[in-house]
Design a protein around this ligand. Structure first.
Ligand SMILES: [Zn+2]
Length: 146
């Protein structure tokens, strides 16, 4: 994925001590240099999210060693809704979020700002006037175009 300043990217914030959505401020080559945390507004050097660092480490370990297969009955852990949200918001412009109004038109991929749920992204249209919008707390069904 290529980034441009203003785009959202998942990164680790030392102030929040967690993975948060960041607004890209500076790019060097294909790397993000500086970013602003969307949660606490701290600006600083961009750090790869813990989730990605972990995934990268697993890929590395996978090449060098054999990991025993998980027990058969172990169920896949449900993914954290905030993580799904951050992944969907990757590369999107938060500044382009439109304020949610019931009368607005929506299409897939639109970014909106909801007074209660915050910034969300339309993941699917489920009817002529219904959309699933993914927020940090999880997906919500919103009506629009009324
Ligand atoms: Zn932060």
């Amino acid at each position: 994925m290529t980034y441009v300043p203003g785009n959202a990217a998942e990164g680790y914030c030392a102030t929040c001590d967690e993975d948060t959505l960041h607004t890209v401020l500076e790019i060097e080559g294909l790397q993000i240099r500086r970013a602003r945390c969307s949660k606490c507004s701290t600006e600083g050097p961009f750090r790869v999210s813990r989730a990605k660092a972990r995934a990268g480490l697993m890929a590395y370990v996978g090449k060098r060693a054999t990991i025993p297969p998980p027990p058969r009955r172990q169920r896949k852990k449900a993914e954290d809704p905030a993580q799904i949200y951050r992944r969907m918001m990757e590369g999107k412009k938060i500044s382009e979020a439109r304020t949610y109004k019931i009368s607005m038109a929506l299409s897939e991929g639109d970014i909106l700002r909801h007074p209660r749920f915050g910034v969300g992204i339309v993941s699917a249209l489920t009817g002529p006037q219904k959309a699933v919008v993914v927020f940090e707390d999880g997906p919500k069904n919103l009506v629009f175009g009324r």
